[in-house]
Write a protein that binds this ligand. Structure first.
Ligand SMILES: O=P(O)(O)OC[C@H]1O[C@H](OP(=O)(O)OP(=O)(O)O)[C@H](O)[C@@H]1O
Ligand code: HPA
Length: 175
């Protein structure tokens, strides 16, 4: 079988249960507001697709492409926008949806960038947080799981563009 060298850290069932809880929390908090989910490509497309189906509110979804890892397992420190939003977010209640906050450099850059566009509010929802690697303090208002200092793959997260299609989150083991 392919991908047998990936040790499971969070199973598909654990992720689904937590995503359902986060959706309920977001539904409560954003009732009556102008919610716009900003899905940070590529990694967050799987999480966003699942999360949005547990948010029982009218909402918009926008996509923002960002890249700072390239082929390796550590941040280059340079956050490159590969695809900008194609709608204004002025006056909207923006929720940035990330798969992982690792060094925090990506989310910190995005918060700075999107604040200049005058949203009514801006918050962060991340499935994973890896505090051991943090280089900048960033607020995470809705968090799925805190994880150990390991490079993880699956459920949208890649290593050199591989493993995004795994239904769980795991750690690649040396063979
Ligand atoms: O907190 P940080 O250290 O900045 O890391 C987090 C970011 O890194 C990953 O994106 P990546 O640059 O790998 O692009 P990808 O989502 O297209 O894989 C991930 O999807 C986050 O956006
Ligand atoms: O642990 C990780 N895995 C995949 N992509 C990432 N981007 C930041 N950290 C990670």
């Amino acid at each position: 079988m392919v991908n047998t060298n990936v040790r499971t850290l969070l199973s598909a069932d654990e992720i689904a249960a937590r995503t359902r809880e986060l959706g309920a929390q977001i539904t409560k908090e954003y009732a009556g507001r102008r919610l716009v989910l900003v899905c940070v490509l590529k990694g967050s497309f799987v999480f966003t697709a699942d999360l949005m189906r547990h948010i029982d509110l009218p909402l918009r979804v926008e996509f923002l492409g960002v890249r700072s890892y390239g082929e390796g397992t550590s941040s280059t420190g340079v956050v490159q926008i590969t695809q900008d939003l194609n709608q204004p977010i002025e006056g909207d209640d923006v929720l940035i949806v990330e798969d992982i906050v690792d060094t925090g450099l990506t989310i910190s850059h995005l918060l700075q960038l999107l604040r200049t566009r005058m949203p009514s509010s801006i918050k962060v929802c991340s499935l994973l947080h890896k505090p051991a690697r943090s280089r900048v303090e960033v607020p995470i208002h809705f968090l799925g799981f805190t994880i150990e200092d390991k490079f993880v793959v699956g459920y949208g997260l890649d290593w050199a563009e591989r493993y995004r299609n795994l239904p769980f989150i795991g750690v690649v083991e040396a063979q």
